[in-house]
Design a binder for this molecule. Structure first.
Ligand SMILES: [Zn+2]
Length: 121
C-alpha cells in the first residue's frame, strides 16, 4: 500500500539520471520528482518527463499503483515492438529497450516534453 505520495516537476539544479530510460536529465530541464512511502519503505524516484508519461499511462491502464519496470518494458514491447519492423518480437533484431526507442518515446511526448528539450523556444 502506498502510505503517502508527493509528486512535483522541478527544474533540475544539477544533472540527474532518469531511473527508467537511464538518460541524463540535464541541469535546467524539468523532470519528475516523486517521493513516497510504499509498504513501509521510503522511496525517491527521478524520471524524465517522457518516462513519467509512460508510467502514468501504465498505471492508468492497469488500475494499480503497483508496478515494476520490467512489467512496463514488457507492456511497451507488447504494445509496439510486435508491429515494428525492427522489433525483437517482430522480424527484426532490434536490441533497444522500448523505453529508449525514439519511435515509442515519441508516442508519449507531450508539449511539455518538447518544450523541455528546446528551452530556447
Ligand atoms: Zn526517462
Amino acid at each position: 500500500m502506498l502510505e503517502f505520495y508527493n509528486q512535483s516537476k522541478p527544474k533540475a539544479r544539477k544533472d540527474h539520471v532518469c531511473e527508467f530510460c537511464i538518460q541524463t536529465i540535464r541541469k535546467g530541464e524539468k523532470y519528475s520528482y516523486e517521493t513516497g512511502k510504499y509498504e513501509g519503505e521510503m522511496f525517491v524516484r527521478k524520471l524524465c518527463l517522457v518516462c513519467k508519461n509512460i508510467l502514468d499511462k501504465f498505471c492508468n491502464e492497469s488500475g494499480d499503483e503497483e508496478f515494476s519496470w520490467d512489467w512496463i518494458t514488457d507492456w511497451l514491447c507488447d504494445l509496439y515492438c510486435y508491429d515494428c519492423e525492427h522489433g525483437t518480437k517482430g522480424k527484426g533484431d532490434c536490441e533497444m529497450q522500448p523505453q529508449n526507442c525514439p519511435l515509442i518515446r515519441s508516442k508519449f511526448e507531450t508539449k511539455e516534453c518538447t518544450q523541455n528539450a528546446n528551452p530556447a523556444n
